[in-house]
Structures are given as C-alpha cells and as structure tokens.
Design a protein around this ligand. Structure first.
Ligand SMILES: O=C(O)CCC(=O)C(=O)O
Length: 340
C-alpha cells in the first residue's frame, strides 16, 4: 500500500512531505519529547499521508465534452424489399440542438406505401399565420390519421414512438410533405411557447432528392464526427436560406413574400441530406423540458433537382386530446388496423 501511495506521489510533493515530517520530528526532540512520542507522531503523519492519497483527486479531463462513439447499430437483420439486409443505425448530428439521424428506419417499400396513402390529400402547406406567411413555406402537405391509413402507417408511427420513447398520442397527426423544384420551408422553430408545447420533431425522408432539399440548422454545429464524416458534402454550396432567411418582424421582408432561396453559404455544418427511409429526430426543448432550445431553428432548403417527399411528426409534452385518441382507435378497430 505504502509503495502504491509513493508511486502516485509526484516527486516535489514527496520531497516537501519528507522535509516537513523531519522538521516536525526535530522540533519535537528539541522540545524534549520522548522517542516513543516521536515514533507515534511519525506513524500518525504517515497515516494521514496514506489517508489523503485515498481521497478522490481531480477527475480526468474527458476527450471532449460531447463525446459519443461514431454510430449505434440497432439492427442488421431487417430485410429490404429486394431481400437484402438493411442496417438501422443512429448517427449523432449535433448536441446543440440535440439532433440525430436514424438511418433506414423505414424500408423503401414502406416509404412508397406511405406516400401512396396520402398523396391525394396533399395541398399547398400553410404555416401558422395563414396567407400572410405562405411565402415562408412553399411546399404542399396533408395531415394523416395515425391509425386511419392502414397497417403500414400505424407500424411506422409506433416505431417512431418507441425510438423517441414517447407514446403515439403525444404526437400530432402525421404530416406528409411534398416539395417540388424551388420549394422550401424557411428557418423557423417548431415550438409556440404555449401549454403542452412541441417537445421534439421527427422528420422522415420518404424519397431521395437529386439535389437540394437538405434540412439545415442555421445555428447548429454538427458534432466533430458528423463534420468529419460529411466534410466534403458540407463544404459544398447549398440552397439553404440560412440565418438570412430567418423571419423578420411583421412588415419585414419575409412577411411581404420576399422569400425564395438565398445564395449559397457553404458553411452550414449542421445540414442533413435527405436519404430515403431515414429519420432526422431533434428536440425543440432542453433535457428538462423547461427551456425551449433556440438552436433547434431549422429549415427545409429549396429543392434544386428532383422532388422531395418527407413526413413530420411533432411530439408534444403530453397527450393532445384523449377524445381524439379514443375516436381514432375506435375507427382503427372498425377498419381492422388494430385489434379491438
Ligand atoms: O422538410 C424539411 O426538411 C423541414 C421540414 C420542417 O421544418 C418541418 O416540418 O417543421
């Protein structure tokens, strides 16, 4: 034990300890204390030194504050429509906002069926504020019942609930979105600052996009791993509006329809490329639910080539309406989507 303690001593401290102990012993002798008393004092000193070294010291410095290993594999057994293996894995995007991608959460087939289930209901989207703010969002969308569109959608909604750890009926109805070339959703946050507010956003990509259509967090900073892995892509110019696209006060440029995609910035380190079957999940609030996360500001960048199908589920802090939940479940049982 003493050897272990001596090994942990740094030598200047060891030297000082020896000098102090011998000085005290010499003073004791000068004061006429007996050898026995001096030996007891020596043992006492050594005991104190050993005890002090068993106390926890300074914690070691972690490699970096937001450390997380590269990826988390959930399953390698899911089989896609072509019979091949599909690996579902989680990729951290950022800790501010708290955002991650679940790759291959949906199979290609599920994405196609999802689009089929709602494409006839899709109409030009409205943001809160209606006509005045239409220039803010030029995509088209529809809200679908979670259990009203057959088993595939119900399974997806339940899968999302499990991944996020929040029950299905704390989620709003599923929004299906379609963006054509030039269409976008400018930077905004999803919370309203109201009771039972939105806590998390799940954005599922139902198609690949030839060019553009990224989701961007203009104030976010990708984790070191994310920036390294996607460095080449992130350094390319994008069609995102970025911070310049943030809503102006009423009467400002954006409210007058001065929208449209802005020039490329090329510096968005927290930009996510749509990938068919993947879900981008991020939190609109901090871990304690008591603070909105301003860094969750995000945008749907303009589609440059091809088109983009995606779906958003906004998750609230609590069940939205027990009545709606009972109606929907009754209806689903009638349709045979769930067992009564
Ligand atoms: O389509 C996107 O990438 C963003 C969609 C979005 O911001 C939303 O639905 O709140």
């Amino acid at each position: 034990m003493v050897v272990e303690v001596l090994e942990t001593l740094n030598y200047p401290a060891y030297f000082v300890t020896v000098v102090v102990i011998s000085a005290v012993l010499r003073s004791l002798r000068a004061c006429g204390f007996s050898k026995r008393v001096r030996n007891c004092a020596l043992l006492g000193f050594l005991g104190v030194v050993v005890y002090l070294h068993t106390l926890p010291g300074e914690p070691p410095a972690p490699p970096h504050r937001n450390y997380l290993s590269q990826q988390v594999v959930l399953s390698t057994t899911a089989v896609d429509s072509e019979g091949g293996n599909r690996t579902t894995w989680i990729e951290p995007v950022s800790w501010s906002p708290r955002a991650f991608i679940v790759h291959n959460l949906l199979s290609d087939e599920e994405c196609d069926q999802f689009i089929l289930a709602g494409r006839d209901e899709v109409k030009p989207s409205e943001t809160v504020g209606g006509e005045m703010t239409r220039a803010y969002r030029t995509s088209a969308g529809a809200f679908l019942l979670r259990y009203g569109k057959g088993r595939v959608l119900a399974e997806i909604v339940e899968r999302v609930a499990l991944v996020v750890g929040i029950p299905v009926f704390q989620g709003e109805r599923v929004q299906l979105l379609h963006y054509e070339v030039g269409q976008y959703y400018k930077p905004h946050t999803d919370y309203f600052v109201q009771e039972n507010d939105r806590a998390a956003t799940v954005l599922m990509y139902l198609s690949d996009v030839e060019e553009g259509g990224d989701t961007n967090f203009p104030q976010g900073r990708g984790t070191r791993e994310y920036r390294q892995r996607h460095g080449e892509y992130l350094s390319q110019p994008s069609s995102c509006a970025g911070l310049e696209g943030v809503r102006q006060p009423v009467g400002g440029e954006a409210d007058q329809g001065g929208g449209g995609p802005r020039a490329a910035k090329g510096t968005q380190t927290c930009r996510v490329r749509p990938e068919k079957g993947s879900a981008l999940i991020f939190w609109d609030v901090g871990p304690g639910y008591n603070q909105f996360d301003m860094f969750s500001l995000h945008e749907g960048c303009a589609v440059v080539r091809g088109d983009k199908w995606s779906s958003t589920i906004w998750i609230r802090q609590d069940v939205i309406s027990p009545w709606e939940m009972m109606d929907e479940l009754e209806n689903a049982a009638r349709l045979g989507v769930i067992d009564p």
